[in-house]
Design a protein around this ligand. Structure first.
Ligand code: ADP
Length: 561
């Protein structure tokens, strides 16, 4: 499972703090690959079982296919690494739910076709749809891409059935049509809801899921009890105790806001319709229930929206506060850094010069004790280290003013790697650089960009060297993505430690004994000054990935500037 922090020029502060939250929530306790995959398979089977009644000629082609929407949602939100679960769910369904003498070739081949098609569809949709931030254009994309994709899948699926003698030529086009429309309907109706559910489940901690299950059970019991009192007691009028349904709805709205209450209302509606149907109410009786349900829905939605809104403003306030605290800390670091650099650099230079002179004087003495020269050399190297530390503070403080020029990022990276490659090699770390062909130069501050990449690559080397792997590896990759160059730095170290993930980009936050914790703070400043984007993610059991996206045309003007 991956998690990431994004820092982009727009709303840099807000995004960073949201990112920090994402980072925090995705810890060791996150729901794992197998849990989410198993949850998906269970849902898939349940949904297939529910739609089973409509299947065409025992071929698994149903009137509508919500399981396709479910699969696509999983592949899009959790990643295509979940494809084996889609394949498994489809195969199990074939054997456990659908009937008929079908052998094993047809189920395996159709499941492969279905999974492959859905993976391709997920890849196409993923780059164009942002279900977390839906826009009208996304709906159009959904309506254009999904039917085209499902038509291809339907044709391939039915072709496999035909070739394996499961489908006669005369029912071929009917099967394609049903499968195509069924999948399209299933995907368009289920994908938005399922994507939201999977995204929150894959982000939630195990404890949150446990709570979720308890709450759903509690809600279901409360709903069942209310329905039993309303319909089971056989009072003069069912509407008499209808107000009992308000309790679980109000409770859910207060706890889970708009999204929670929307699901609760849907469940209540479905349960109510089921009871009304089973009890065989005549259509004219419905009006009382319909009016009561309408009032229940309006109350629930209004309350839910109010709760969600007040939570959002609380969150905004918290973000603003932490942003203010960050700005104050930065100002303090800036002021202290400038004062210290000014006060210390002069005496430090003099001390270095004196040490240098003393070494020379010693060299002129033929019988001098060699241990004195050694001690002087050590003192000089310590003074040098102090100067470098000071320089890092200065870099951090003075960053922000850009000297723009045309920068060849590929050459810059090669230079950095040639500078530090040998040292990395001596620590058992191999650095590989790969880049897409014909990358254009970008407008940027060459010195700052060198500093930025140097910090990221040095950190990756440190991480790879301390990792448990026998061979430390750092891979730097450069590509062009539209009007940006993206440099990603991967390592096979232990990944970002959870306890520092929240404050990774804060100055003086470090887990290294001799670290200053300024590298990433400076990297963030440089990226912000270039109006670029900096992301960090932990790749499941593979170490960390930092990636920087920089505009080819240089820093963009900020709004209001
Ligand atoms: P420093 O390198 O001096 O510690 P940085 O600001 O560069 O300061 O990094 C801060 C911290 O971020 C590091 O101490 C380390 O814990 C974490 N970190 C940075 N890069 C990586 C990486 N590639 N893998 C794991 N942790 C990292």
């Amino acid at each position: 499972m991956t998690f990431f922090v994004t820092i982009s020029h727009s709303l840099a502060s807000v995004t960073a703090s949201h990112g920090r939250r994402a980072l925090r929530s995705a810890g060791v306790s996150s729901v794992g690959y197998w849990q989410l995959g198993t949850l998906f398979v269970a849902l898939y089977l349940a949904v297939e079982r529910a739609t089973f009644a409509y299947q065409l000629d025992g071929l698994g082609i149903t009137l509508w296919s919500p399981s396709a929407g479910l699969s696509l949602a999983l592949l899009m939100t959790a990643g295509i690494s979940y494809a084996p679960f889609v394949l498994a769910a489809s195969l199990i369904t074939d054997y456990a739910v659908y009937s008929g003498p079908r052998g094993w070739v047809a189920p395996i081949a159709t499941s492969l076709v279905l999974t492959g098609g859905l993976v391709a569809l997920a890849l196409v949709l993923k780059t164009r749809l942002h279900l977390a931030r839906p826009r009208l254009s996304h709906v159009w994309i959904l309506l254009a891409v999904v039917p085209s994709g499902t038509l291809i899948i339907a044709l391939a699926y039915c072709l496999v059935l035909y070739v394996t003698d499961q489908l006669s030529s005369w029912s071929f086009d009917r099967a394609v049509r049903n499968f195509w429309i069924g999948d399209t309907l299933g995907i368009i109706t289920v994908l938005p809801v399922a994507a939201t559910v999977f995204a929150s489940v894959s982000r939630a901690s195990r404890q949150a899921i446990r709570h979720g299950v308890i709450e759903v059970a509690f809600f279901s019991m409360a709903l069942a009890a209310a329905l039993w009192v309303i319909f089971g007691l056989k009072t003069a009028s069912e509407a008499q105790f209808f107000y009992l349904l308000f309790l679980p709805i109000v409770w859910t709205a207060a706890r889970h806001g708009f999204a929670g209450v929307a699901i609760a209302l849907l469940s209540t509606h479905v349960a109510l319709i089921a009871v009304v149907t089973v009890q065989g109410y005549a259509a004219p009786d419905f009006i009382a229930f319909q009016m009561l349900m309408l009032v229940l829905s309006v109350t629930g939605l209004l309350l839910g929206a109010a709760v969600t809104e007040s939570r959002a403003s609380e969150e905004r306030l918290r973000d603003q506060r932490s942003e203010l605290a960050r700005a104050a800390r930065h100002a303090l670091v800036g002021a202290t850094g400038t004062a210290l650099a000014h006060e210390i650099s002069q005496p430090l230079s003099s001390a270095t010069n004196y040490l240098h002179a003393a070494s020379r004087m010693l060299q002129a003495q033929p019988h001098a004790d060699p241990s004195i020269a050694e001690a002087l050399a050590k003192a000089r190297s310590e003074a040098q280290r102090a100067r470098e530390t000071l320089q890092r503070v200065r870099d951090y403080v003075s960053c922000g003013r850009l000297a723009l020029s045309s920068v060849d990022v590929e050459a810059l990276t090669a230079r950095i790697v040639s500078l530090i490659g040998a040292e990395a090699g001596s620590r058992g770390v191999e650095i590989r650089v790969s880049s897409a062909p014909h990358l254009p130069n970008i407008q940027g501050d060459a010195i700052q960009l060198e500093q930025l990449l140097l910090n990221l690559i040095s950190n990756a080397i440190d991480a790879a060297a301390q990792g448990a792997k026998a061979q430390g590896r750092v891979a730097v990759h450069l590509v062009q993505q539209r009007d940006r160059i993206v440099v990603s730095v991967d390592d096979n170290g232990p990944g970002i430690a959870e306890h520092i993930a929240d404050r990774l980009f804060e100055p003086f936050e470090t887990t290294k004994q001799s670290g200053m914790g300024l590298g990433l703070a400076l990297a963030r400043q440089i990226v912000e000054a270039h109006t670029g984007e900096l992301r960090v993610e932990n790749r499941a059991a593979q170490g960390a990935r930092f990636s920087v996206a920089l505009n080819i045309d240089g820093p963009r003007r900020r709004h209001g500037n």
